[in-house]
Structure formats: C-alpha cells, structure tokens
Design a protein around this ligand. Structure first.
Ligand SMILES: [Zn+2]
Length: 644
C-alpha cells in the first residue's frame, strides 16, 4: 500500500484535527487504498515532495491573494491540489479545517444533515482529484446558537457538521446552557419518555464537553447573553421558568420597579431587569461580568444583554430620566473600562432587541473596537426577506413599558439604521428562521429561500454576518434551511436554486426531482405568519389550503415507499423521515384548518391528536425534530390548554 504524507506546517489542536479529518475522509474516498501518514515539518519549497500540505496562508506566503481585515476572525481558503497532492491552506487554523471541508466538498462529498447518515462520500482514486480554488468568506460571522431541547449528542453533532457547510461560530447561551439540556433529559413535553434526573452540575459538565468540541475546531465561541441581571445578585438564571426566591431586603432595591413593585418579573430571574440608574447596580453587574471573564477566558465573544422579555424596565424616578438604552450603554462603557484595566481583550456583543431597539439619546459607546452590535429582530415576519427592504423613515417614540413589537421589516430595519448612525463598529444579524418560524413551513422550502435572500441582503443593510438562534434539531423533513444558510454565508453569490438542486440530488438519489417538487409545493400551502400568530385567526385562505394537504401528501406516499429500500444509507434515511412526515402534515393541517375556521372545540381535539402523534414518534425522528419546542411554541402562540 502506497504511503501518502499529510504534512502539517504547524501544530495546534485545530490543525491536528484538520489533518485527522482529511485522513479519515480520504481513506473512505479512496477505499483505503493508501497508507496516510500525518507528519509535522517545516515548509521548504515543498511541493516536490509527495503529499498534501496543511498550513496557514502565511506559511506558504499566500496572504497576498486576500485582503482580510482580521486574520483571526476572517476566513479564507486556498486549495491547489493536482492529482491528489498539493496545498490546502487557510487564513487561520479554523480556516484550514474549513479548507479541508471545502476540498472534500469540491471532490464530491456532501454533508446533507448532521450525523454519519447525513454524509455522501464520493469514491475516487486519489490521483483523480484536481482542485484549485481561492475563496474568502462573504461574511465574517457565521454561526449557530443553541435553543430547544437537546441531548449532548445533538449538540456535538451540529458542531461537527457546522464547519463542513461553512459556519465558523457556535453560541452556547447562558452560563451552563442548563435549560436546553434539561428540556431533553427530563423530556419536558413528552410524557411517553421516561425522564432522567438532571442537575446544574450535569449541565456544567456537558457545557465543558461542548466547549472542547468548539475549541477543537477553532470555532469562534460565543457565550452567555441573558442572565447577568440576576446572576450578579446571586440568583442563577437557568431558563424561563417561574421560580420562588427570597432576597435580602436590600437586594430587592436592586430589582426594577414595575407597577410600583420591585420583584422578579413573573417570577423569572432571566426576565428581570435591574434598577440601572443606581450606580451600585451597575458596578455589581460589571464586576460580576469581569470576574466571569477572568475565570472563563476561553470565551471569544461574551454576550452582555439585559433581561429577556419586554415592558419590564424600571419605572423609578431616576431610571425614568434615561432610556433603557442610555443606561445599557453606561453599563457597557463601565465594563469596557474595567476589562481594559484588567487586561482582558474579549469582544463584548451587545443586543439591539425589544426596548434596546431604540438607539441611545445621550450616551455613546466610547471604545467601539471592544464591541459588536447584534441586531435581533425577533418579532419580524418570515414570509418576506430583507431583499430590497429599507427601514421606514422614522421610528416611533419610546414610551416606557408600553412598547409594541415591530413586525414588518421596514419597522425593524428603521431601528437598525438609527443605531448604525451612532455605532460604526462590527455587527451581525441574530435571526430566527429556525427558532419558531420554521414549523410554519413543513416543506422547509420557502423558509430556505427566504433565508437565502436574507443573507444575500446583509451587506446592503450593513451587517457583517448572521447567527441563527435555532432549534438544534431542525432537519425535518430536510436540513435544507440550515444548509442553504451555511453555504450562502460562506458565498453570498451562491444561487439558491443551484444549492437546492444539488441538495436534493445528494439527499434523495434518483427520485430527487419529484421530492423537490413535492416539498416545494407543500411549502407554499402553509402560511408562516399564520403559525407565528402574526395575522387574525379566522382565515379563509389558510382554511382552504389546509384542506388540500391530506390528499396532496398521501399522493406522494407511493414515491416514498418506492425509495425507502435504497441501499445508500443517507438517501434511505432521507426517505424514511418523509414517511413520518406524511401523518405529521395531515394532523398539523387538520389542526390549522379548524383554527382558521374558528372551531375551538375541534382545535383542541386536533391538537391533542397531533401532539400525541409527535410524542409517540419522537424516538424515530429525535435527531431531526424537536418535539418539545414544537409543542411549547404551539401551546404558547395558539393559547392551547395543556393536555391532561
Ligand atoms: Zn430604577
């Protein structure tokens, strides 16, 4: 067996891993016909030696091909492989890993969904592989954010998959990501499964394991977000559940006064703001964050947000003198000062969301290099994309604790534009197609197209990337939305139809065209705004369309059944998921049809049927569908009574 050398020009965990991944997949591609050996050597003129070289652009003196603003943050790849030998390089170690995956993709491999059964590995002789490309990512920030109910494996799988399709960042929300693991291990919303006991310590242990996976790949690690407001007074912010807490009397004075009372907002620490005009409160919060960074210096971007939820800001005499945003900026500036003093250079991500959508009136961010603006239009529509949109001419006046959520893109973008007048630093979009809205499109085609258009429009609205706040199991019936997102963030000029065609070919095999047409048509029968409760409940069009669903999906059953025995394990799995998907669509349509008709008794009946179907099949669709989250959103948006 011929020995092939993989020559690393430097050693670090990420380059080591890039080498291992290259060997793993090349062995599979070439059906183990070579003995791949990884070595570390200095680069000389090099290429006369037989082998594949892995290193930074600078190791090969290839930097001049790219104009990158920040070598650590900006990804670029250079691949020059002739007959299976040559150079695979990246602007930093993470980019080298991305370059390995770009190389494998170009060679014909595909990453259809997370997990081994989502891989299409081409078979080729090494000598037949010739690839030359130079690419810089279109956008700096390309990440996935944890939400929903997840096992450790679900999270590890999506982190493994993310760089294969171009992502470079991962965001583990809240200090221990407790709620997202707890939701799974205790099987919230699924009584058919036996709950396991789960603790904060266990969450911390899983978080450490996840962090290792993030670091191994050199992904940019985003952390925390909400929670500082209660954590700094010693109360953990674990999730959005109501809790009983007894504070010392003086501590109550730190909490925001709303409606004449200082207490936890509906009992939820995560959603409780503080009395930010109080300098003692600002010091407390900032000192807590500085201390946290001191003991967590592996975090790259720390998110410092105020409480979640809205209309929960302090109404005391002093707070009323300033807008929530002005007080927020006072905190951010103090934080920057203390971090600088302590010698910490972590980036701080601040959030434009709910009342913080209003730009500051008086305060200014003093050190823009420290900060990254994150625009989070959580209440936006997903029936339309940012394409061609501009902000409305003006924004409404801020009235304390009486804000109404902006739905239209014009309203949302108006806030962003006002902010951009006062903050010129780095920024990205924090968006939600796969957190909530996607369930309103069970074909997953329309939401993929909207996501593609959104990402292509980011430069026009002056944002340098996108983090997807999402369910980690959002691949039912396909992973097309997440896939399109990753590939388009890498190359914004990639045509949506080209990606979709290639995706379906690789995900479904010979009958891919029929499948694509089926899911596309199915998509357009559903209305995402209706699911998101962004329009009136009585809706004739929704009712008529939902009536068509059962016959439409049943008609496709024969195609699915004809493909389910395919030998290719990736194709087979894709078709298997579609079998479960048929009854899901029928029951979901029945539920929506009754709702759109205003038949409340039947709505509850249909809901119970749909819910119990999903609970019972979760074991078959666990990696691709988050039953907890679907039920949680439906019961909240549609005001459904919990089933007994
Ligand atoms: Zn106050």
């Amino acid at each position: 067996m011929k020995e092939i050398r993989i020559i690393k020009l430097r050693n670090d965990d990420t380059i080591d891993y890039a080498g291992e991944e290259l060997v793993k997949y090349l062995a599979e591609i070439t059906s183990n016909s070579h003995d791949f050996k990884i070595v570390t050597e200095e680069y000389e003129s090099g290429l006369e030696k037989e082998g594949l070289y892995l290193g930074h652009l600078s190791d090969f003196k290839l930097d001049h091909y790219f104009k990158l603003k920040d070598l650590d943050l900006d990804d670029a790849v250079y691949i020059d492989i002739k007959e299976g030998r040559g150079i695979i390089a990246g602007s930093n170690s993470r980019s080298v890993l991305l370059a390995v995956y770009r190389f494998l993709t170009e060679a014909g491999c595909r990453w259809i969904r997370p997990g081994k059964n989502g891989e299409i590995i081409v078979k080729k002789a090494l000598g037949e592989i010739n690839i030359a490309l130079k690419e810089a990512a279109s956008l700096r920030h390309r990440g996935i954010v944890i939400e929903g109910a997840n096992s450790y494996e679900n999270v590890a799988d999506i982190i493994e998959w993310a760089p294969k399709v171009g992502y470079n960042s991962y965001f583990l929300q809240f200090k221990e990501a407790y709620t997202f693991f707890n939701n799974w291990y205790t099987h919230v919303n699924n009584p058919t499964m036996v709950p396991e006991s789960f603790t904060v310590d266990k969450a911390r242990e899983l978080t450490h394991k996840v962090e290792k996976e993030i670091k191994k790949r050199g992904l940019i690690y985003h952390a925390v977000g909400h929670g500082w407001t209660s954590e700094c007074i010693g109360i953990s912010a674990l999730g959005w559940e109501s809790e009983q807490h007894n504070l010392k009397p003086e501590q109550y004075n730190y909490l925001a006064e709303v409606g004449g009372k200082r207490e936890f907002w509906y009992g939820v620490p995560m959603n409780t703001n503080l009395c930010y005009s109080n300098p003692e409160v600002r010091e407390l919060m900032v000192d807590h964050i500085v201390e946290y960074i001191g003991s967590h210096d592996h975090i790259d971007f720390l998110h410092v947000w105020l409480a979640d939820d809205l209309n929960n800001h302090c109404e005391c005499e002093n707070c009323k003198k300033d807008s929530p945003t002005d007080l927020y900026i006072k905190i951010l500036n103090l934080l920057d000062e203390k971090l600088t003093k302590a010698g910490y250079n972590q980036k701080i991500v601040f959030l434009i969301y709910y009342e913080l959508l209003w730009p500051p009136k008086y305060e200014m961010i003093k050190n823009p290099d420290r900060f990254i603006l994150m625009f989070a239009p959580i209440s936006r529509t997903f029936e339309k994309s940012y394409k061609g949109f501009k902000g409305n001419e003006s924004i409404p006046d801020y009235v304390r604790n009486k804000m109404v959520l902006p739905t239209s893109l014009g309203e949302n973008l108006a806030f962003l534009e006002q902010w951009q007048k006062v903050f010129k630093g780095d920024s990205f979009d924090f968006d939600y197609p796969l957190g909530r809205a996607h369930y309103g499109d069970p074909g997953y085609y329309k939401i993929s197209k909207i996501t593609s258009e959104d990402i292509k429009s980011l430069k026009a609205i002056d944002l340098n990337g996108y983090l997807s706040c999402q369910e980690q199991r959002a691949f039912f019936p396909t992973a097309l939305p997440n896939y399109v997102m990753g590939l388009t963030l890498w190359d914004k000029d990639k045509d949506f139809n080209d990606i979709a065609e290639d995706y379906f070919k690789n995900a479904f095999g010979p009958s891919w065209k029929e499948c694509k047409e089926y899911l596309e048509k199915l998509s357009y029968l559903f209305d995402i705004e209706y699911w998101c409760a962004q329009k009136p409940w009585i809706d004739e069009e929704v009712r008529e369309n939902m009536k068509k669903v059962p016959e439409f999906v049943e008609k496709f059953r024969t195609v699915i059944e004809a493909n389910i025995a395919l030998e290719n394990s990736c194709w087979k799995k894709s078709w298997e998921y579609l079998i479960w998907h048929i009854d899901y669509c029928k029951l979901f349509a029945k539920f929506l049809e009754n709702k759109a008709e205003g038949n409340d008794a039947k709505v509850l009946e249909a809901w119970d049927e749909l819910k119990s179907y999903l609970q019972n099949i979760e074991v078959h669709i666990q990696p691709v569908f988050d039953v907890y989250r679907f039920i949680q959103i439906a019961e909240w948006k549609f005001r459904l009574k919990k089933a007994k």
